[in-house]
Every structure is written in structure tokens, then in C-alpha cells.
Write a protein that binds this ligand. Sequence first.
Ligand code: PLP
Length: 382
Amino acid sequence: MHPVPFFSQARSFRESWPEIQKNVDAVFDRGKYSHGRQVAQFERAVAEYTGAEFAVAVNSGTDALVLLLRAAGIGPGDEVIVPAYTFFATASAVALVHATPVFADITDTGDYAIDLDAASRLVTERTRAIMPVHLFHQLADLDALTAFADRHGIDLLEDSAEAIGMRWNGIHAGLHGRGGVLSFFPTKTLGALGDAGMVITNDAAIAADVQVLRHHGRMGRTVDHIAGISNLSGVSGTNSKMDDIQAAVLLAKLATLDADIARRAELAAAYDQRLAGIDGVTRTPRVVRPTAPVYYVYLIEVERRDELAEYLTARGIGTEIYYPRPLPLQPCFAGERNRPENFPNAMAAASRAIALPFYPDLTEPDIDAVCSAISEFYRGGR
Ligand SMILES: Cc1ncc(COP(=O)(O)O)c(C=O)c1O
């Protein structure tokens, strides 16, 4: 038996340790452990990496979404169109600003992106924004999304939490509309040693408002970085600041990000090759757009998915179900329209998709072990 955990970055973190330690030492010496110098340096580094004019660090991708929505002025009575098949936070962030998430099905092309035909039937006079999600390894169609937002006079806000390193016509994910987010949750392509996130934008007003909101509304004081632009002084904010220890780790990891992305592409190719021709594996990741994919999750679709997951678990191979229940069917989003028959593609993906172990520390023998176990399962192994 060759166990393979679903996620482990222990070797990479140890390799980056001298650089991490140097950055963490700088934190010890400063005495400002949250929202301090490492955070400011990390914001500058991400702005440079992505080409964003503004990068505003916060404590998670979820808070980044909430603050981005608040900065865009979305609130009670507003509707935001989101895909039915995504991580919970895409829709919960909309609910947390007291607006309504309106769900559109995803396409059936294998890009797991929002279906704009479905979305166009959902636009009402209350619709304020569309929030596409770039899932797993490729971007949603950003030309079509930009045209959609322009046509309906609404904002394009990107849930680009999974999309660091992905560019469309040379422009990084998150920067095609009013703003986007990044998550640095440990499993992400750029992962911290805990939670962290960011809003990236080219819109000075959005950046200024997120800076105010992440720190209690600055207790009514004006913003120091972009003074005068924010009109939120005096508005109640929250505490969503990033810890300097996480920024210290992320700064060190950012140096290896492009190498990590290249390694992820090699691993995805190794999986593709070994899974080809296994009966029962009905879909491996497809690249449906002419943009370079960045593999964050390696997700396949299979027959008898739950049995396969159990079989692999019994052999010490970790898997995750991304995402087990389309969001319109979550009890907290119950509503007249939110019935399974309105989301056939999301339902199909949720019943067939399974994510395999995938991270730069993974080795080719690990991939051999995972794929042999999958092949054995479909050959009737016990
Ligand atoms: C698509 C998507 N949106 C939002 C989030 C939320 O990010 P976080 O876990 O950092 O709060 C994540 C990551 O978990 C995600 O994958």
C-alpha cells in the first residue's frame, strides 16, 4: 500500500524555511504583528505579480469577497448573479451583505463556469452585479462576461479566489471588472500556514473602501493610503486585517510561485496520461479556452463516485468532493427557483466530480499509486 494524503506541503515549507524564518524574524523585531510591514510588503509584491494597481490584504478570501461587495455598494434589496456550482463563500458573501444571491447553472463544456445564457434570464431591475468564479484550472470567458456586465449596466466582480497566476489577454484574474479576490488558504496555489486573503483591483474607490472596512471603518478617520477617495469614513467596518506571520510566509512562497505552477502542470500531465483509457473515468480536466491553465485542483468526473472515494480512502488515498451540493440546494439558500431541475449541469458535476491529491510535493510514484488504485477499482478490485 502506498498512502497518498489529499494535501501536504511539508517538504516545500521546509525548503522555504530559511526565507520564511528571515521574514518572521523581521516580524518579531517590530512588535506590530498584524497589518504591519510584512503585510505592506506582501501587498506590493502581489500588486507587482498580478499587475493590480491596488492589492489590499485581509484575513481570508471570504472576507475579501464580503468587503469587495460592500465596497461596490451592494446591500439590502440588491441581487447578485452567481454560479450554482462553486465554493459556499461565493454565495454566502452576498448573503452576508444582506443582498440576494441569484443562482445560474454552469455550462456543460467542462469549464465549470457560469452559463451566461442561463444568467441572462435572471437579470432584473434589482441585479447589481454578476460574480463569476474561476474554478480549478481555468478562467471563465472574461470577454463574454465583460460584454454581459456592460450590456446590462451591472458590475463584474470576480471570485478569483482560486485563480492566482491565471491571465486572460495578459490581464490577471480579478482585474477585468471592478475587482476580484485571492484566497491564500493553505491548499491554494499560493497558500499560507493558515487563513489569509486579498482584494485586488484597478479601481481606487474600491481599494480605498476595502482599506477602511477591513479595520473597523478606521473608527471614522480618513484613509491614510488613498486619502480623500473613500466616502466610507464613519461607516462601521470590521476586523479583517492580515497577520504579519502569514504575510511573512506568503512573501517567501511567492518567490517559488511560478516554479510551483510549472510543477503543477507537469503533475496534471502525468495524471492525464495515466488516467486515459480507464473505464469509469468519464472526464479529466479540459482546457476549453486558449489561455494558459494554472492547475489548482485536479478534478475528474467518474462513475460510482462515492464508492470510488471509499475505495481510495480504505487504501490511504485522500480525495475531496468539490462540491457535494449545488449551492441553490443548501437549506440556507432555499427559494422558489432553487430546485434541482433548474441546475442540471451543476447537479451532474456535484454527483460525479472528485478531486485527487494534487500539490507540488506530490511525486510521480504517488500519482502511479493513485491511478493504479482507480484502475483496480473499475476492474472490479476489492
Ligand atoms: C471559489 C472560492 N471562493 C471563495 C473562497 C474563500 O476563501 P477562504 O477559504 O480564504 O475564505 C475559496 C476558497 O476556499 C474558493 O475556492
